[in-house]
Design a protein around this ligand. Structure first.
Ligand code: HGY
Ligand code: MN
Ligand code: MN
Length: 417
């Protein structure tokens, strides 16, 4: 391993940054953070981040889709990218994504304060819309050139707003998204620090998770359409009850897929809208969102197809129609062995207990891994809680994780592989 002159991160600076950033999008209703991509709160957080980066001496830019890039090092050198996101889910916590970006910023400060010379540039990137308020992992997908025009043109967000319009209001030209794609030779490697968002590390009392692979994720929208009718006069056997079909489908999916769901796969029905929505009217429409996660693409397709079969059978039983539309699909990814081995060596050299693990959450690292050697470092999440205002990691974990990131980045900036 190369020398990094015993550089250690400054926990106080990191904690202060996390606290400041958490003010943008504070949501009184949940006590958490609501900072969806392209919102006003998001713009404020981006402006704050840019001035933070500039204060540290990074040169900054915002690309064609709104990814924020802070760079250290000459323009002509390939970069090691340290990234994550500062958008949040509704009622999200203070660490999901923001830790990776602000820890990266702290590492950049450490580099500027050290006397090391490096072979590569370093970029700290806050990728836009990781959480998919519009398109899951939009920013990283645009950067690797995998985003398609029709996806932007046809996209309506969770709030029903058109992505094109929202991008225009944010000051971006939606047709210019192609300009966010980077030439492959500009990027040497990708590294991300994130909270685990699950209970494994805490339960095993392990400091660091060295992620080997990230699950794939398929989200879809479904519609059951029946017929509204009088709730008092329509015999149950004659109804075309869209809610009954949806709820039976949901229950059957969990029962029939139990074996998969007790393994690595996950199934979630995260939203259900019922129309017309009155207690005395048989529901004519139920529209919902479904998400499937699995460690490989074959399981992702198989489980999705099985849910379709269950839904079609149930729709038939209740004389309603069923339709499903895939909204997004993020492929499972493997992290580069060369980087997981650097992270493991850094942990061993510094006395951090560590274990190899999979990520059940999606991350920009899974997109970057398609073309670049990528690595992902986890720290424990208290009680495994995330996507929740209660999301928390101890200061000790924040410090160990950011030091592990720092030493891994120093290594990546030195080494040729
Ligand atoms: O949903 C996810 O897995 C991630 O938090 N975006
Ligand atoms: Mn998240
Ligand atoms: Mn995240």
């Amino acid at each position: 391993m190369s020398e990094c002159n015993g550089v250690d991160i400054n926990l106080d600076r990191l904690v202060a940054d996390l606290k400041e950033l958490s003010k943008f999008g504070y949501d009184k209703k949940t006590g958490g953070i609501f900072r969806p991509a392209y919102s006003l709160a998001y713009k404020e957080s981006v402006n704050w981040l840019i001035s933070k980066m500039q204060d540290c001496g990074l040169s900054t830019s915002v690309d064609a889709v709104g990814n924020v890039i802070g760079r250290l090092g000459p323009r002509d050198l390939p970069a090691v990218i340290c990234g994550s996101h500062i958008d949040s889910v509704p009622g999200g916590g203070k660490l999901d994504g923001t830790l990776g970006v602000l820890a990266g910023l702290e590492v950049a400060r450490c580099i500027l304060e050290s006397s090391n010379q490096f072979k590569f540039a370093l970029e700290i990137i806050a990728f836009v819309d990781e959480e998919g308020a519009y398109i899951s992992l939009l920013g990283s997908r645009a950067m690797i050139g995998d985003l398609k025009k029709f996806e932007i043109d046809n996209c309506l967000g969770r709030d029903g707003q058109s992505l094109k319009l929202i991008m225009q209001q944010y000051g971006l030209d939606p047709d210019g998204f192609i300009n966010a794609a980077r030439p492959k030779e500009e990027i040497k490697a990708y590294i991300e620090l994130h909270i685990e968002q699950g209970p494994v590390l805490e339960n095993c009392s392990i400091d660091i998770g060295v992620v080997e692979g990230i699950v794939g994720l398929l989200t879809s929208e479904f519609n059951f359409s029946g017929q509204a009718n009088h709730a008092g006069t329509t015999p149950v056997s004659l109804r075309q009850d869209a809610l009954r079909a949806a709820s039976e489908t949901i229950t059957k999916c969990f029962t029939q897929l139990e074996e998969d769901l007790n393994g690595d796969a996950r199934l979630t029905f995260g939203n259900l809208d019922v129309s017309p929505g009155a207690s005395n009217v048989v529901p004519s429409l139920s529209r919902g969102l479904q998400e499937i996660r699995a460690a490989n693409s074959i399981d992702l397709d198989r489980i999705y197809n099985q849910t379709l079969e269950i839904a079609n059978d149930t729709a038939h039983t209740h004389k309603v129609t069923f339709e499903s539309k895939i909204l997004s699909r993020d492929e499972p990814a493997k992290m580069a062995e060369s980087i997981t081995s650097i992270i493991s060596s850094v942990c061993s050299a510094n006395g951090y207990s560590h274990m190899l693990m999979k990520s059940g959450a999606g991350h920009d690292a899974q997109v970057m891994a398609k073309y670049f050697k990528s690595g992902l470092i986890f720290i424990p999440s208290c009680k495994g809680i995330s996507h929740n205002a209660e999301e928390h990691s101890s200061e000790r974990s924040l410090e160990i994780g950011t030091n592990a990131l720092c030493k891994t980045i120093f290594e990546l900036l030195h080494c040729e592989h």
